[in-house]
Design a protein around this ligand. Structure first.
Ligand SMILES: [Zn+2]
Length: 916
């Protein structure tokens, strides 16, 4: 049995990661997004799940009662699509599952049944997680399709509905016509990040023909000076709701896909309409139709209104045309006339082709959105803040029939996992979560302001998303999952049934033994909120009151959740939903306490992608390098929130370093002598205690890479220096080994267990106390003294490089004490005049002046030794230096031999040197 298997068995036999409530101990509860097991685990997943494990192990060794659970998110329709494609023998799917994931043929056959796919891969995930040494409490594991979990989701949605947070209505959704189902991010093969742009359409008129100008800023309709059409394209005349509309061919197709009744009446070229006038419905003004080649038929309706005062593109286009049309300012922004013009001039934009136009548009949008108000002359809207005016005009236009909405994807194509192109569909009886509710947003912002965010700059992204989030379609027609309790033709979709399951972890193992059909809404009301009658609740669940109380107590012991970890592409949905739902369902003392957001993974510089085959399976990496090397590389190559790059060459380097670490520890454990303690021993032990402090501080703020720099890479250098520098003392190295193994145990648990056992310990290192920083053990003067020696070596080396000859003798001149006095006076800010009042300095007047002239105060070291201390530091290293340079060293406190006048150049902490 290899070392990894041996420790996995020991941890399992001793059941050391099982978390039980213990009122005597402080708890620490962290969770990471549960995986959707529809494929094999690759090294990118390895990073996601190793981060929480390192933190869990660190906290456990610090004496916390740690809960780190895991479960499987199998809700939704992706596996239905996969099963379907396997059934029809889709070559690409078979290639991924057969060749890339190496699923045995017999198993692959069984994948025609969707649930078999998630069962197979959740088993594989668990095996990999165990092999990587994750300290997970598996007793709480569940699939999101288990009946007990469904009861929990049922409770969640009934509660949300009763609070008025689930609504029903017409709603645009991404839709797959072939699956006949709305699709979520997980269901997509392409276009995962595509959102639905909602344009407001304003109906300008040329006689009876409607020119539907599409805009994201309907409030600017009052500032329209002209219309833009592309003379090079052929527009369609179509019948929409009894009206005659002008649309690009692409726009007409999109409207039809949306389910609108669009009938083609004829064609008309853009050219024909150029030069005519059309009427603005909000003020009955006639404006000219001008030619613009920049009008893209595949963007919205292909009909564009021009607002030069507030849209930089329009302003520049008119300027390029040398038109005499003047911008019409309709938003007051700090008294600026035509803000678009101002920003275009500010950025020095020359023409329509200038790529700074995008930036200009954003700047104007941001300024007007945050500070702009509608100009007072606009009837019905004057004085309104821009964002309010935008909502009001769009609803006024809809009511009067002068406007409407137009939807399109923010990017295309959007392709379902089944291979079909998705469309936007208006679903009439769609259920949605009302994230647009201002009260709900306020509560969630309150939650955000009271939790920690790592990295801290992500906080503003959350603020943005909470503000921006609109109602969310939370049900689907098909897929695995929990049915909507009051309308069972709908299934709750995956991003909506995964928002508060952290609470479910605290009680999952208790529910396993209870008949799901007996778990009522009142059961969860009691367990999570303490409301209702305990006796009745226990009776209807057919459990004893003691068991019920135990379940409630366990929830209260672990909650609130201390840390939630997830990837950065889930900031705008999952992580934000997580906050929303907690604020709606739980009292504020149970709201989440912290969020960590991960960066993405690259493979040899390229984006990891299963569908492109650009991944390394975790099991292959473990097989090749070993679990600890995989962990160490993943944690050492980037901080959790940074993107990381898996490069096999660097992984191999990491392997060599870990081997070196093991060898240093084994050497330390085996060493036997009775050398007494010297400065150099105190130096290594001071370094050790420094590393303990730095590592602990870094781990406390999730800076795992930084922690490893201190605990591992730097400390290996320190030990190597020590071994070079002196005959190693057994007692020193034994103390180092004892602390260093524990310091590294959260990162490389297998190696550390093995070494810990070799050092004669019976207890597991995983349960041993983490080293505690002890500032008293750090001796600053020996640290500084050793730096002096290193600096002297560097200086001598530089001199030798210049002379190029082999040294005969090296003379080292230590600065006299008056120069040390001068450094002290300089750092306390004394002027030349004040310095000259001191008789000890006055006698060296000329030299003092020269030193003062050539020394910056910030260059003076914090700690300046006396000459005697400096002399002792160098004396202690003399024989070492002589060995390194192969010649003798002479140290001078006051020079009696100085043929090249080098003593004059000496400074405190930086002696003068003469190489003979
Ligand atoms: Zn589909």
């Amino acid at each position: 049995m290899n070392a990894e298997d041996k420790w996995i068995k020991r941890w399992r036999d001793d059941d050391i990661f099982k978390a039980e409530p213990d009122p005597e101990k402080k708890k620490f509860f962290l969770t990471v997004a549960y995986p959707y097991p529809s494929g094999s685990m690759h090294v990118g997943h390895g990073r996601t799940y190793t981060v929480p494990d390192v933190i869990a192990r660190f906290k456990r060794m610090q004496g916390f009662n740690v809960l780190f659970p895991m479960a499987w998110h199998v809700t939704g329709s992706p596996v239905l699509g996969i099963a379907e494609r396997i059934k029809v023998g889709d070559p690409k799917t078979l290639r991924i599952y057969g060749d890339l994931y190496r699923v045995p043929e017999k198993e692959l056959e069984s994948f025609k049944e969707p649930l078999n796919i998630v069962k197979y891969f959740s088993k594989e995930y668990r095996e990999n997680m165990v092999r990587l040494g994750y300290s997970i409490d598996w007793s709480r594991q569940f699939l999101t399709t288990t009946p007990q979990y469904s009861r929990f989701i049922t409770w969640q949605f009934l509660s949300l509905r009763d609070k008025g947070l689930v609504g029903k209505g017409e709603h645009p959704v991404r839709y797959c016509p072939r699956c006949d189902n709305p699709v979520g991010d997980h269901d997509l093969m392409e276009g995962e990040s595509a959102s639905i742009n909602e344009f407001v359409v304003v109906k300008f008129r040329v006689d009876d023909l409607i020119l539907p100008a599409a805009t994201l800023r309907p409030e600017t309709v009052f500032g329209v000076t002209n219309m833009w059409l592309n003379p090079k394209i052929t527009y369609l005349k179509v019948l929409v709701d009894g009206e005659e509309w002008l649309l690009s061919r692409e726009a007409s197709d999109k409207m039809r896909e949306c389910g609108r009744d669009v009938k083609k009446l004829g064609e008309v070229s853009g050219e024909e309409l150029i030069g005519r006038d059309c009427v603005n419905p909000v003020n009955n003004e006639s404006v000219p139709i001008l030619a613009a080649s920049f009008v893209d038929p595949d963007y919205a309706t292909g009909v564009v209104m021009s607002v030069p005062a507030h849209a930089p593109y329009d302003y520049v286009a008119l300027r390029d045309l040398k038109s005499d049309i003047k911008p019409k300012t309709i938003i007051d922004l700090d008294g600026v006339d035509a803000p678009a013009k101002a920003v275009v001039e500010e950025l020095g934009i020359r023409s329509q082709k200038d790529n700074k136009l995008e930036e200009a548009t954003e700047v104007v949008y941001r300024r007007e959105h945050s500070r702009g108000r509608m100009s007072s002359f606009i009837e019905g809207y004057g004085g309104l803040p821009v964002d309010e005016a935008r909502v009001k005009i769009s609803s006024d236009l809809a009511v009067s029939g002068d406007g409407g909405l137009f939807y399109e994807f923010s990017e295309s194509p959007v392709v379902c996992r089944c291979g079909s192109k998705c469309v936007i569909k208006l679903i009439k009886d769609q259920w949605f979560l009302e994230y647009s509710s201002p009260e709900w947003k306020d509560k969630t912002l309150n939650c955000l302001s009271n939790l920690s965010v790592v990295p801290s700059e992500t906080r503003q992204n959350f603020e943005y998303f909470i503000g921006w989030l609109k109602n969310w379609a939370c049900t689907r027609r098909v897929g695995l999952g929990t049915r909507l309790p009051w309308d069972d033709k709908w299934i709750i979709e995956p991003l909506s049934d995964s928002t508060i399951y952290m609470a479910y972890y605290t009680i999952a193992h208790h529910l396993e033994g209870i008949d799901a059909s007996k778990i009522s809404r009142e059961f969860f009301d009691y367990v999570f909120l303490g409301s209702g009658d305990a006796v009745e609740v226990a009776e209807s669940a057919e459990i004893s009151s003691e068991v019920l109380e135990k379940i409630r107590a366990e929830f209260l012991y672990w909650y609130p959740l201390d840390w939630r970890l997830s990837a950065k592409d889930l900031v705008g949905n999952h992580l934000t939903f997580h906050m929303f739902h907690h604020t709606a369902l739980f009292p504020d003392e149970l709201w989440p306490q912290g969020i960590v957001v991960f960066g993405m993974g690259l493979l040899e510089g390229e984006k990891m992608s299963s569908s492109k085959g650009n991944i390394i399976l975790l099991e292959d990496a473990i097989e090749k390098y070993g679990s600890d090397v995989v962990r160490l590389f993943l944690m050492g190559c980037a901080e959790p929130w940074q993107d990381f790059d898996w490069r096999s060459e660097l992984v191999e380097n990491t392997g060599r370093k870990l081997k070196q670490y093991s060898e240093l520890i084994r050497y330390s454990i085996d060493l036997d002598n009775s050398i007494g303690e010297r400065d150099i021993d105190r130096w290594l032990l001071s370094r050790l205690h420094e590393s303990v402090r730095e590592t602990t501080e870094a781990l406390d703020s999730f800076q795992i890479r930084k922690a490893l720099q201190h605990a591992f890479f730097e400390f290996i250098r320190h030990v190597n220096w020590y071994l070079r520098r002196c005959e190693p003392r057994a007692e020193t190295l034994k103390e180092v080994a004892d602390t260093w193994i524990r310091l590294m145990a959260p990162f490389t648990p297998f190696t550390c267990e093995e070494l810990w056992e070799s050092a004669g310990n019976k207890e597991l290192v995983s349960l041993s106390p983490y080293p505690v920083p002890s500032p008293d053990e750090v001796d600053d003067s020996v640290l500084v003294g050793e730096e002096l020696v290193k600096a002297l070596m560097d200086d001598v080396r530089r001199i030798l490089e210049v002379t190029g000859s082999k040294p005969g003798k090296i003379h080292v001149y230590l600065a006299p004490d008056w120069k040390r006095l001068l450094y002290g006076e300089l750092s306390s800010g004394k002027s030349m005049g004040e310095l000259m009042k001191n008789p000890e300095l006055r006698v060296h007047g000329k030299e003092v002046a020269s030193i003062v002239k050539n020394t910056r105060v910030d260059e003076i070291p914090d700690l300046v030794f006396s000459q005697k201390q400096e002399f002792e530091s160098f004396t202690g290293a003399k024989s070492f230096l002589e060995e390194v340079f192969g010649c003798s060293f002479v140290l001078y406190r006051s020079p009696d031999y100085d043929p090249k006048n080098k003593a004059k150049a000496s400074r405190p902490m930086r002696p003068g040197i003469y190489v003979e």
